[in-house]
Design a binder for this molecule. Structure first.
Ligand code: GLN
Length: 203
């Protein structure tokens, strides 16, 4: 059985846990989900999710709890990490905000709270590269970051001229919240379709 960790210092943790369970069931995999609030759990995890929430808080706590280095090691070992919204901000290489100490796991720079300034929240039908079927993905954006600069990351989806889903080796990041829908296809993509990814250390 797989062990999946959800970084649970803050944010929409239970929604990710439920989506991981659905995605695993869709793949015929059994999974045990653990909430990560302290160090010592991530090393046992096969898969990891970093939720949406408040990126300044998440970044502060993953560092102070000693989880940040474990997340880096997880990714360096080529294991999947899926980071959504605030999670993407924390996983990015630069959030343009001194209060967010990024983990530099996805080679993108982001701008917090910059997507859809006119409207804090919106839903958009997205074409996402590599999804199981052609159906657009119902993407929920909530005070979402804009991805400004894409270095080595691959763009999986764009909306309104900006990348909104990216992959960098074993890491997938979205500016929206797949965990807030009942569509688990992007969790499946992030956790079970890593074959084509160029994984650092394994190339
Ligand atoms: N605005 C939040 C931040 O910058 C992210 C919002 C979210 O995760 N929905 O941390």
């Amino acid at each position: 059985s797989l062990v999946a960790g959800v970084v649970a210092v803050q944010g929409d943790v239970s929604e990710h846990a439920a989506a991981i369970e659905r995605a695993s069931a869709a793949r015929g995999e059994s999974v045990e989900v653990r909430e990560v609030r302290e160090s010592g759990i991530v090393p046992d995890c096969d898969l990891l999710a970093m939720p949406g929430g408040e990126s300044t808080t998440i970044s502060r706590l993953v560092h102070s709890e000693g989880i940040a280095g474990e997340i880096r090691d997880h990714v360096a070992a080529g294991k999947p990490l899926f980071a959504t919204c605030a999670g993407l901000i924390v996983a990015s290489s630069d959030a343009g905000d001194d209060r967010v100490e990024t983990l530099d796991l996805i080679d993108v720079t982001v701008e917090r709270n910059a997507f859809g300034r006119q409207k804090d929240s919106f839903e958009a039908p997205l074409e996402v590269a590599g999804l199981a079927d052609e159906e657009p993905f119902p993407a929920v954006f909530i005070r979402a970051p804009v991805i400004d600069d894409v270095g080595d990351a691959a763009v999986l989806a764009s909306w309104d001229g900006n990348p909104v889903a990216v992959r960098d080796g074993p890491v997938v990041g979205t500016s929206f919240h797949p965990e807030l829908t009942t569509d688990e296809r992007i969790h499946e993509l992030a956790f079970f379709e890593t074959d084509g990814a160029s994984v650092p250390g394994l190339e």
